[in-house]
Design a protein around this ligand. Structure first.
Ligand SMILES: Cc1cc2nc3c(=O)[nH]c(=O)nc-3n(C[C@H](O)[C@H](O)[C@H](O)COP(=O)(O)O)c2cc1C
Length: 151
């Protein structure tokens, strides 16, 4: 299915992570809600379950190579405030987002659907921020990469 490709940020206390995901979709406009399908055995899954929060980073096409760095759990370096070597900033709720994101959504889980392989977390959008210098910046889509994901 055609889709975008995003980084999902999650955090529980000192533990934080960013992961590459393309099973991400808009769910409702009132209240604004975004949903993500997350593998049950992913670090991100546990962090979202424990904190009931996640962030969604909209990436620049120029950053298409970096999604490969977020298909395994990240290492956090507090000195440089980076995850797996990439600078991060925090949303108002304290979730990590990639500093070079064009924009991000910060969501609070408002519903879950559990399946054998994945959980669908629906999250109400609490904060939206544009980080891009220009709204003309090109957004990364799945077809800009040679990657695929079948769960
Ligand atoms: C192109 C691509 C898209 C992906 N999309 C998803 C996704 O939508 N949901 C998911 O759970 N994992 C997805 N993955 C797999 C995760 O990135 C990978 O399992 C990661 O290890 C899980 O992250 P974590 O254990 O660090 O939380 C995708 C991987 C790739 C390469």
């Amino acid at each position: 299915m055609p889709s975008g490709i995003y980084l999902i940020g999650s955090r529980d206390g000192a533990e934080r992570n960013l992961m590459t995901a393309n099973w991400v979709t808009q769910v409702a406009s009132e209240p604004k809600t975004i949903g993500v399908g997350i593998e049950r055995d992913a670090v991100t899954h546990g962090l979202i379950q424990r904190s009931s929060k996640f962030s969604v980073c909209i990436l620049s096409r120029a950053d298409r190579a970096l999604v490969r760095s977020f298909v395994k759990p990240c290492e956090f370096d507090p000195e440089s405030n980076s995850l797996s070597g990439y600078a991060v900033v925090e949303t108002e709720a304290g979730l990590p987002v990639l500093a070079s994101s064009l924009a991000y959504f910060d969501c609070e889980v408002s519903g879950t659907l559990e399946y054998e392989s994945h959980t669908f977390f629906a999250g109400e959008v609490r904060e939206v921020r544009f980080l891009a210098e220009s709204e003309e910046a090109e957004v990364l889509r799945m077809e800009d990469t040679r990657m695929h994901y079948g769960g």
